[in-house]
Ligand binder design. Structure first.
Ligand SMILES: NC(=O)c1ccc[n+]([C@@H]2O[C@H](COP(=O)([O-])OP(=O)(O)OC[C@H]3O[C@@H](n4cnc5c(N)ncnc54)[C@H](OP(=O)(O)O)[C@@H]3O)[C@@H](O)[C@H]2O)c1
Length: 295
């Protein structure tokens, strides 16, 4: 990620929040609410700037609360908001988040989140329920995630639920997998695994098998990095790293490769300067015995 992109997302949130924190450090406040995002909790690939900025807000809320009663703070951890705000103005962003298995909330639900944050900050709430938490997470309700994933899979079948491999979400992931298994499909895919597709294609020719992996991998890269098809016209000439795979995306991609292709690719190899998508496809096919090592 270019440093300028990093700063564009990080600066308004971090510098803005720190400024308010500093100038209000001695002022008794009824509430100090920051709008954070589930992107920070999940560590959304391709959005490391935004994820880091929101994690900072979550930590700042914790830091302020740790200072004692004089420094109230709540980080309101929001999912995508539909109808108003930046996601409502960007259909591609909404589409990308939907494919990651997220669900959105409407304006009313958003305002309820603010209300909960204000109420939780009040001294009456503290007297009744103890000190408030430093954060309120809206939009990671396991049953709603499950419904969102299942309904989106039934629609496009084109899902990329990277967070389901994260141990923190293992309970939700287990429920979703069980539900999908009984429905005959699988999370993040359309039913038939890529390895089954590759083996079926290899019956026609090894080249078909490699084409299947190349298309599957390009599809993943384009969704992760929000790149258009024109970026992959010269797929032989560019390394995988050259598409903008940073260490955060690389870690996610490596996990995905492990799940989809049953291969443990060393990080340095994946981000090395010589590994192109077709070379990687040949490695996958060789590892599963559908073409020779030299293909
Ligand atoms: N929308 C969502 O789905 C969603 C989801 C999770 C979290 N959030 C969080 O909720 C907050 C608001 O989101 P939104 O959708 O309402 O965003 P938005 O429509 O893009 O509005 C952002 C606001 O921030 C101001 N701003 C941007 N850069 C600034 C800068 N460098 N200095 C000072 N002000 C700046 C903008 O001012 P101008 O109007 O003057 O440009 C605007 O008022 C953000 O913190 C976002 O991370 C939003």
């Amino acid at each position: 990620m270019p440093f300028a992109d990093w700063k564009t997302s990080v600066e308004p949130k971090i510098v803005g929040a720190v400024n308010l924190h500093s100038v209000l450090s001695r002022t008794p406040l009824d509430f100090f609410i920051m709008t954070s995002s589930v992107s920070g909790v999940l560590g959304t690939p391709g959005q490391s700037n935004y994820a880091a900025a929101n994690s900072y807000l979550d930590s700042l809320a914790r830091h302020r609360r740790a200072q004692g009663d004089n420094q109230t703070a709540i980080s309101l951890v929001l999912p995508m908001v539909l109808g108003v705000g930046v996601v409502a103005e960007n259909a591609d962003l909404e589409d990308a988040l939907t494919r990651k298995g997220m669900y959105g909330i409407d304006e009313e639900h958003l305002l309820q989140g603010f209300e909960a944050a204000v109420m939780a900050s009040s001294s009456a709430a503290a007297a009744n329920f103890g000190p408030p938490s430093d954060h309120i997470v809206v939009g990671l309700d396991p049953s709603k995630l499950q419904r969102a994933i299942n309904s989106n899979e039934a629609g496009s079948g084109d899902m990329d639920c990277f967070w389901m491999a994260d141990t923190r979400f293992s309970h939700a992931a287990h429920d979703i997998r069980s539900s999908n298994d009984s429905a005959g499909g699988g999370p993040g895919g359309s039913g038939q695994s890529i390895l089954a597709t590759v083996k079926a294609a290899a019956a026609s020719s090894p080249a078909e098998a490699m084409r299947a992996v190349t298309e599957h991998f390009v599809d993943k890269l384009s969704r992760m990095l929000l790149l258009g098809p024109e970026e992959f016209e010269e797929v032989d000439a560019r390394s995988i790293a050259d598409y903008g795979v940073d260490s955060m995306v690389g870690a996610e991609l490596r996990n995905w490769i492990f799940v989809e292709y049953r291969m443990d690719v060393p990080f340095q190899q994946l981000l090395g300067p010589t590994l192109t998508v077709p070379k990687f496809a040949a490695q996958v096919c060789a590892a599963h015995g559908v073409v020779g090592e030299e293909a």
